[in-house]
Design a protein around this ligand. Structure first.
Ligand code: ZN
Length: 321
């Protein structure tokens, strides 16, 4: 369980207790284990209605993977927002994919299903309880002593981010990409709405794994861009798959969503081959450094990375380089 996204990680110790660490590292804000405080930045960017029917991606599987939520737990975060972390297993890989859920009213069908022979204590331990746990609680069902679940006040479709694991950007303070910032920003917007889902997929390096990603970084230092580096290593430019995300969102009862993304291919991929999910709006993810003088990541690497995303991967971001 060491690969949680940055904002749920333990706080960093002060630099002086980490032996051998150079003290003068001027680390950018994304290294903060807590996401940006709620009130320092604007609320959700204007959504763009998805009017165009994106062509279904031919490589999408006919049937969605089977997913099952094994356990869910409440995580109080460093900003005060509480989240519910859902851990999933599936029938296509051995990885522990996650859903980070904001708001009390989003529930997993597979988690809530009664399992044969289980006790009320078993259900509470795996997180299949309604409301809140407290010492001595006896039942997993709705507790009359507690106010019932806070229903989502309006009927806007749920804000969703599909995030692929990025060890370098979320944990190792990398300024080669903006994954850490995007995860933090998604969390901030969902905390503000007290409603939302980050599906956290364990597909490091656009699906090629950490070792290959590090080789790609060396190729980038030798002059290749992020797409060419993958191709030189005989990997596809993007080996990610989003079918697991579609299956996890359906398990969480989410059939209409607003998707935080700049990537039009992701919209079609998340909707699924048979349009199991409808993306009603796309909410752009504009890099913080483009909007604020004193926020976000500033490095020549991240600028090149974003430029490649726009020019070679069709991302919908409007920035003259
Ligand atoms: Zn990254």
């Amino acid at each position: 369980m060491s690969e949680f996204p940055s904002f749920v990680s333990p706080r960093l110790e002060p630099a002086e207790v980490v032996s051998g660490t150079p003290p003068a590292l001027d680390l950018p804000s994304i290294i903060s284990p807590s996401f940006t405080p709620l009130d320092t930045l604007p609320s959700t960017p204007n959504p763009i209605p998805v009017t165009k029917d994106y062509e279904p991606v031919p490589s999408l599987p006919e049937t969605l993977p089977e997913v099952e939520c094994l356990v869910r737990a409440r995580i109080p975060t460093t900003t005060g927002t509480e989240i519910f972390l859902h851990l999933y297993k599936n029938n296509v890989d051995e990885k522990e994919h996650l859903a980070i859920v904001f708001g009390n009213d989003i529930r997993s069908k597979s988690l809530d299903r009664v399992r044969e022979g289980e006790t009320e204590m078993d259900r509470m331990i795996r997180g299949a309880y309604v409301g809140r746990l407290y010492p001595g609680r006896q039942t997993s069902k709705e507790d009359p002593k507690l106010a019932s679940g806070d229903a989502h006040p309006d009927h806007k479709s749920t804000l969703v981010r599909i995030h692929s694991e990025c060890y370098t950007g979320e944990t190792a303070w990398s300024a080669r990409c903006d994954c850490g910032e995007q995860l933090d920003e998604a969390a901030r917007l969902m905390a503000k709405e007290n409603h939302g889902v980050v599906v956290y997929l364990r597909q490091e390096g656009r699906g090629i794994g950490l070792g290959e990603k590090l080789k790609a970084y060396n190729l980038q230092d030798l002059g290749a861009d992020t797409v060419t580096a993958n191709l030189l290593l005989r990997h596809p430019a993007d080996a990610r798959s989003y079918s697991l995300a579609t299956a996890i969102l359906l398990d969480l009862g989410q059939t209409e969503i607003r998707l935080l993304t700049n990537n039009p291919d992701k919209i079609a991929a998340v909707e699924g081959k048979h349009r199991e999910i409808k993306v009603t709006d796309r909410v752009p993810m504009v890099p913080l450094a483009w909007k604020h003088d004193d926020a976000g990541i500033r490095s020549k690497e991240v600028e090149g990375y974003l430029k490649t995303k726009i020019e070679r991967m069709g991302h919908l971001l409007d920035k003259p380089f």
